[in-house]
Ligand binder design. Structure first.
Ligand code: SF4
Length: 262
């Protein structure tokens, strides 16, 4: 699976210059990437072993329509087995394709900090860390030191109440776990994070409640659908409007900016 349109609500497509990973924290327990690897073994010759795919590096250059691209939905770019030279090549491609927004998500905050100062961070690279329970809020401290234009959190699967320091964070995504063994998320934990984002003036995106499958319980929170994006997304859409297949109306622009909907 090299690149696909995706059902992930906060992005448009995925790009996997590496695949495979190994588990580092409780959020990994029912790893979606590992499950997909097992379900479609014909697409993953090396199984879930960390594998580089240099032949995929140039792919985004051929995607002419501006898109939000989730980098490595099937892996972790900051995995210890991804050589620095390869991470640098991924960053070079992102820099050479400024009409896209790249969303990178890691659970490896120590390597992120190690490499961050050695990399160039163009404005179209958004960096995020996963935070599933209070033990891993330390990843946010690492993220705060990264000179990315947008720094974001993915609190999915949310496994407990979180007390977050949102200083210099621009976007928080929250979601419950999916799958037959999913761990239940509590409404109180989600509402509490929503409240923290309101107080810190940070965009909030509620992905889904989770359940047997990801759409089982929908994504409505107290009658609202929360689809906020960081302000940088609106700025990006305005800047690259001329490259979209047809000119965006203000309505469409607002829909791309994604405000909370009653
Ligand atoms: S870090 Fe991400 S891709 Fe790697 S095992 Fe954990 S959940 Fe899966």
């Amino acid at each position: 699976m090299s690149s696909t349109k995706t059902g992930i609500e906060w992005t448009d497509k995925t790009w996997n210059p590496t695949t495979g990973c190994n588990k580092v924290s409780p959020g990994c327990l029912h790893c979606y990437a590992e499950a997909l690897t097992k379900r479609f073994p014909q697409n993953f010759a090396e199984g879930f072993k960390l594998t580089l795919h240099p032949e995929r590096l140039a792919q985004p250059k051929h995607w002419r329509t501006p898109s939000r691209i989730f980098v490595n939905s099937m892996s972790d770019l900051f995995h210890e087995d991804v050589p620095f030279s390869y991470v640098k090549s991924v960053f070079e491609v992102m820099s050479e394709t400024p009409w896209h927004i790249y969303q990178i998500l890691t659970k490896r905050d120590e390597r992120l900090i190690d490499l961050a100062s050695k990399l160039e961070w163009p404005d179209n690279v958004w960096m995020g860390v996963s935070v599933e329970n209070q033990k891993y809020v330390r990843r946010i401290d690492a993220l705060r030191k990264v000179p990315a234009k947008v720094r974001f959190l993915s609190c999915e699967p949310l496994l407990d109440r979180l007390d977050l320091n949102l200083q210099d964070i621009h976007w928080v995504i929250v979601g419950g776990e999916s799958g037959s063994n999913h761990r239940l998320v509590e409404a109180e934990w989600i509402c509490d994070i929503l409240q923290q984002t309101r107080e810190a003036d940070v965009a909030f995106f509620f992905k889904q409640w989770g359940g047997i499958h990801s759409k089982a319980k929908g994504r409505s929170l107290d009658g609202k659908t929360w689809l906020e994006m960081p302000l940088a997304w609106k700025e990006h859409v305005i800047k690259w409007e001329h490259k979209f297949p047809k000119r965006l109306s203000l309505d469409e622009l607002e829909r791309n900016y994604l405000i909370s909907i009653e």
